[in-house]
Structures are given as structure tokens and as C-alpha cells.
Design a protein around this ligand. Structure first.
Ligand code: IPM
Ligand code: MN
Length: 368
């Protein structure tokens, strides 16, 4: 198979983790005889620095002409605390989501037996958690009309949703539920928000097409609590843009590290794959960031190409590292690897090279 991939490394640790993702993809290409061609393009703070625009036209074109997009991370502290800036790195990502019509953001959350101790939550509660968040990604308060008054005394953001926007993400969530434990939980704030009441009406009606799927409703404040006290009750979570953003960061606590969770965003044009973590500027350039979320995003990309055996090969390589206690510092491993060593070892497992895991601490090359 031949695939063209637009690679948007972005900011902070983005370039380091994406490099490992591509390394692993190359290992898959070698082992299974696929050809992956990469087209690199700028987005975020780095794009602002180079072109003044967080999403240059060339980047949009590269994405539209590709079979998939792999994105690293976006954001730079230089921009975070100055509310007066008109040009911001995050605009690059938000505009790209709109331009590609990426309305369906999928964030799987699965705990690993070996990492349970990393979570501040009780092991018994999080053991066996396996859920997926379907977050609407191109509507709601993120994209509604917004403004600050001339005198700077008031500001507003509007949240709008249409039946069509709700139905299409609901379809993705119910289809996913059919292949899972057949339960959808709609998270909203229908006791307060008109848009949430529309979500409830539309989703309740839509669910009639899926009589085998149990539909459950939960207010977002309660859901935030249920996620930490009884997360195993969730199978597929369906929610709006803003609530999905918050709930998905919270759910990373179950897994023990934000560095583990991947995402895919699907829609009308090319799909995009990215780790859910941010640009982690404190770690940038230090080769300590966890590349697993990006590598898992590559797994989701391969599945979208129908390459299930290849996807499984990566999953197994990652699991086997974790089982052996190998990981980046955030995982508090017994054998600490750098970001690039993680990429090396996962690639080596895939291609079948000999790997001597425990010799890295002696500074001896681990892959022969
Ligand atoms: C995410 C991020 C983005 C979002 C930011 C970077 C705009 O937090 O993908 O979850 O809020 O959607
Ligand atoms: Mn977020």
C-alpha cells in the first residue's frame, strides 16, 4: 500500500514525538512492504514565527492532498498569558479542523495493568477501564460568534448547534457502540443549556435506529465526578466540543499519564491523528517526552487505512515495553528510556531486530 501523509509536527515536544511516530511507521513500512511518503508542513507557533500565519495556505493544501494527517502538538507559553494577541498558535489547529471538516474527534481511554499505580485514583476503580469519547469538534462555543465590547467591559461567546451537527456525530458514536459494549452516555448540561436540550432531543430520536444500544444521559458536572469514582460504567461517551475537551483531559488521569492517549479526528475530508497532550514546553528539546500517545495515534491511522495487523503489531510492541518496565520518565519505569530510545525499541520489536532491553542503563546500544 502507498500512502501520502501530511506531517505537522508543530510546537514544543511535537517534533520529538512525531519523529518517533514516523520511525515506527517506517518500521511498519519495512516489515509489511508499504510505502509511506511524508510531506512536512508548518502549523502553530512555529508557523507564526516563519510566516506570520498559524495555518499557512500551503499547510492546508498539503493536508487536503494527503491520505492522512499526523499532528504533534500546538502551543507556546509566549502566547498563553497575553489576552491581547490577535494571532495565536491554537487558531492554526481550530482553523484546520474547520477546513478539513473534522467534526468527529475520537479519544479512546484504556488503562494498562502495569501503569495503574501511576494514577492518583484507586487501582480497583480503574482496572479494566475501556471507554471512548466521541467529541463534536467543529461546532459549539469554540466556533460561535464571540466578541469583546469596545470599552473592554464585557465579552461573549455563543454556543450554537444544529440538528445536522448533532446527528452526524451521534451516528459515529452509535456505530462505535455497536462494536463495543453497546452503551452510549450523552454528557451535557440539559438542566441549564438550550443547546444541551437540543442534543437530548436529537440523540433520543436518533437512538431509535439502534435498539440494541443503551442510551444514558448525564449532566457534565456529575459526569466529571463519576469519571473518577466509577469510570468503568462508561463505554462510549458522546458530547459537545467544550465538554469533550474537559472530560478527555480528566480521563487521562485514569491512565496515569497524558503521554499515553491518542486521538483521531474524522470528517468530510482527510482524517487527522494526534496525541491529546499539549506542547509541554518545559520538556521540549530534552528527549524525555513520552512518544506513546503519538505512536498510538499512528495505530489509529493504520486502522483507518484498514491495516489491522500492522496496527496490532505496534500495540503489541508498546505493551511488551510496558510489561518489561520500560518507559519514559513520566511512567516512572524500572528502565528509563529517552523519547528517541522508545521509538528505536518499538521499531526494533516490529522489524524483529534483537533487542537487549536492560543494557540501556549501561549506556550500551540496545538494538543489534
Ligand atoms: C485539544 C486541545 C485544543 C482544544 C486546543 C489546543 C485548541 O486542548 O485538542 O483538546 O481545545 O480543542
Ligand atoms: Mn484539550
Amino acid at each position: 500500500m502507498k500512502k501520502k501523509i501530511a506531517v505537522l509536527s508543530g510546537d514544543g515536544i511535537g517534533p520529538e514525538v512525531v519523529k518517533q511516530g514516523l520511525k515506527v511507521l517506517d518500521a511498519i513500512g519495512e516489515k509489511y512492504e508499504h510505502e509511506f511518503k511524508y510531506i512536512h508542513a508548518n502549523i502553530g507557533a512555529i508557523a507564526i514565527q516563519k510566516t506570520g500565519n498559524p495555518l499557512p495556505e500551503k499547510t492546508v493544501e498539503a493536508c487536503l492532498n494527503a491520505d492522512a494527517v499526523l499532528l504533534g502538538a500546538i502551543g507556546d507559553p509566549k502566547f498563553d498569558n497575553n489576552p491581547d494577541l490577535k494571532v495565536r498558535p491554537e487558531q492554526g489547529l481550530l482553523r484546520l479542523r474547520r477546513k478539513l471538516g473534522l467534526y468527529c474527534n475520537v479519544r479512546p481511554v484504556k488503562t494498562y495493568p502495569k501503569l495503574l499505580h501511576l494514577s492518583p485514583l484507586k487501582e480497583d476503580n480503574i482496572k479494566g477501564v475501556d471507554m471512548v469519547i466521541y467529541r463534536e469538534l467543529t461546532g459549539g462555543i469554540y466556533f460561535g460568534e464571540k466578541a469583546t465590547s469596545k470599552d473592554g467591559q464585557t465579552a461573549f461567546d455563543t454556543c450554537t448547534y444544529s440538528v445536522n451537527e448533532i446527528e452526524r456525530i451521534a451516528k459515529s458514536a452509535f456505530e462505535a457502540a455497536m462494536h463495543r459494549r453497546k452503551k452510549v452516555t450523552l454528557i451535557d448540561k440539559a438542566n441549564v443549556l438550550e443547546t444541551s436540550r437540543l442534543w437530548r432531543r436529537v440523540v433520543t430520536e436518533f437512538a431509535k435506529q439502534y435498539p440494541k444500544v443503551e442510551l444514558d444521559f448525564m449532566f457534565v458536572d456529575n459526569a466529571a465526578m463519576q469519571l473518577v469514582i466509577h469510570p468503568k460504567q462508561f463505554d462510549v461517551i458522546l458530547t459537545s466540543n467544550m465538554f469533550g475537551d474537559i472530560i478527555s483531559d480528566e480521563s487521562s488521569v485514569l491512565v496515569g499519564s497524558l503521554g499515553m492517549l491518542p486521538s483521531s479526528s474524522q470528517g468530510i475530508k482527510t482524517s487527522l491523528f494526534e496525541p491529546i497532550h499539549g506542547s509541554y514546553p518545559q520538556a521540549a528539546g530534552k528527549d524525555i517526552a513520552n512518544p506513546i500517545a503519538t505512536i498510538h495515534s499512528v495505530v489509529l491511522m493504520l486502522k483507518s487505512f484498514g491495516l489491522f495487523e500492522e496496527a496490532m503489531a505496534i500495540d503489541q510492541a508498546v505493551s511488551s515495553c510496558l510489561e518489561k518496565g520500560i518507559g519514559t520518565p513520566d511512567l516512572q519505569p524500572t528502565i528509563t528510556y529517552t523519547c528517541s530510545q522508545m521509538g528505536d525499541v518499538i521499531s526494533a520489536i516490529i522489524t524483529g531486530a534483537n533487542v537487549y532491553y536492560d543494557r540501556v542503563s549501561e549506556g550500551i546500544s540496545t538494538i543489534i
